[in-house]
Ligand binder design. Structure first.
Ligand code: PMP
Length: 407
């Protein structure tokens, strides 16, 4: 059981007001808020331990390096990777996916196929399109069923071409909340002789992730969506694949030896993929976010969010006139995308904001999904561990007032 009162004490921002009203933060899919201990760790790093990592023999640099490498180990454990060498620090999910597309893409040939799904975030579409244009690779797209779950029969048919080399799929949809059957997708992908890349941005803060049990060959996520600092993310890659891939960016730290005459060699994993000074301050603070999740318990977080999801969904469908919810797949994550009748999502969002309710509006970086749904955008409310039933009640009240003005 979650004691939300106690948890909220860790998040000073939740006490603020917007437009003179208590703020109800329901934009957790875009970014979660950050507990005090994470912010304190950022300060501790700046006040006591700021020195460039990996390059210094001096004490401060070695301490900073130890903090960063402790973060790598925390990330390894958090997602069940075999080795810390398989954990690459990135700027976030977007950079992780760009890294895989650019680097693994170099190993693909004209006519090879990459399979994506129609529910992907643009960051799991555009990097593949850029690579496909360079390499003559063909992109195939798995459609969804009316409830927002993946059309697994269509997926099986696409795998049947015999030319699929890579599948990249969201673990959890940022619009529909659909939790994709990653382990099953991995088994089918591997059977077809391809590798599986998973966009874990919306999963890591909401369900336990074990990359080996899932069978993911690559798994990308962002710290800022899991109570951690901005500016840092993680890409997991299976060692044998990372070893075969060329570097993504060149610069300091990623080299073995640099020579104009003899050519340049690469550093061992994971440094081969970490050119330049990494965001070591935020990497260190990321550990505190992992500790926050561990202390709270992922099962407790998931159960709490699920209860809020069910409660909010039931009240929205029965009490708000014209309510249209997009994404009703069984076991979905705590994300509710909706429209009130034909009211524009921006109008609904503005009316909610004026009542203190912070929700996201727009296409949510998923324009192909919007096209498939035949809409321009939605309003999206999404929950995190610190949200309460009382906040859902206030959200419903605000929705009722908005609906009265819009319909
Ligand atoms: N994938 C999904 C499913 C997302 O929801 C997001 C963030 N909205 C991203 C990728 C991109 O994450 P980031 O902006 O942190 O790189």
């Amino acid at each position: 059981m979650i004691e939300t009162g106690k948890i909220r004490e860790h998040f000073p921002i939740l006490d603020r007001k917007v437009w003179g009203k208590p703020m109800i933060y329901l934009d957790n899919t875009a970014t979660t808020q950050t507990p005090r201990e994470v912010v304190d760790e950022v300060c501790r790093m700046y006040y006591t331990e700021k020195a460039n990592v990996h390059r210094g023999v001096h004490c401060l640099s070695q301490e900073a390096t130890a903090s960063m490498e402790a973060a790598r180990e925390a990330a390894r454990r958090f997602i069940g990777a075999e080795s810390a060498d398989e954990i690459i620090f990135t700027r976030g999910t977007t950079e992780g996916l760009n890294l895989v597309a650019a680097s693994y893409g170099e190993l693909l040939n004209p006519g090879d196929e990459v399979v994506l799904t129609v529910m992907e975030h643009h960051s799991n579409i555009v990097p593949w399109q850029l690579m496909a244009a360079r390499r003559g690779v063909v992109i195939k797209v798995v459609p969804i069923l009316p409830d927002g779950s993946l059309d697994m029969d269509a997926f099986r048919r696409l795998l049947g071409s015999g030319r699929v080399r890579l599948v990249s799929v969201a673990h959890v949809s940022n619009v529909l909340g659909t939790v994709n059957p990653v382990a099953e997708i991995a088994a089918l992908t591997h059977e077809a002789g391809a590798v599986l890349c998973v966009d874990g941005a919306q999963a890591v803060a909401h369900c336990a992730v074990d990359v080996r049990a899932l069978g993911a060959d690559f798994y990308a996520f962002s710290s800022h969506k899991m109570y951690g600092p901005t500016g840092v993310g993680i890409l997991y890659g299976r060692r044998s694949l990372l070893e075969a891939m060329p570097p993504y960016q060149g610069g300091g730290e990623m080299i073995g030896h640099v020579s104009f005459t003899e050519g340049t060699t690469w550093a061992a994993l994971p440094y081969k993929f970490e050119a330049g000074t990494p965001d070591f301050v935020d990497a260190a603070a990321f550990v505190k976010a992992v500790e926050f999740i561990d202390r709270t318990g992922m099962e407790n977080i998931a159960a709490h969010e699920h209860e809020l999801l069910e409660y909010a969904t039931a009240r929205m469908t029965t009490e708000i006139p014209g309510m249209r919810i997009f994404g009703t797949a069984p076991g979905k994550s705590a994300v509710i995308s909706f429209l009130i009748g034909n009211a524009h999502h921006y109008d609904t969002g503005v009316l909610l904001d004026r009542q203190g309710v912070e929700v996201r509006t727009g296409h949510h970086c998923a324009q192909p999904l919007m096209e498939a749904l035949g809409i321009e955008g939605t309003v999206r409310a999404s929950f995190a561990v610190y949200n309460t039933r009382a906040e859902v009640d206030a959200f419903i009240d605000a929705l009722q007032r908005a609906a009265a003005m819009l319909l």
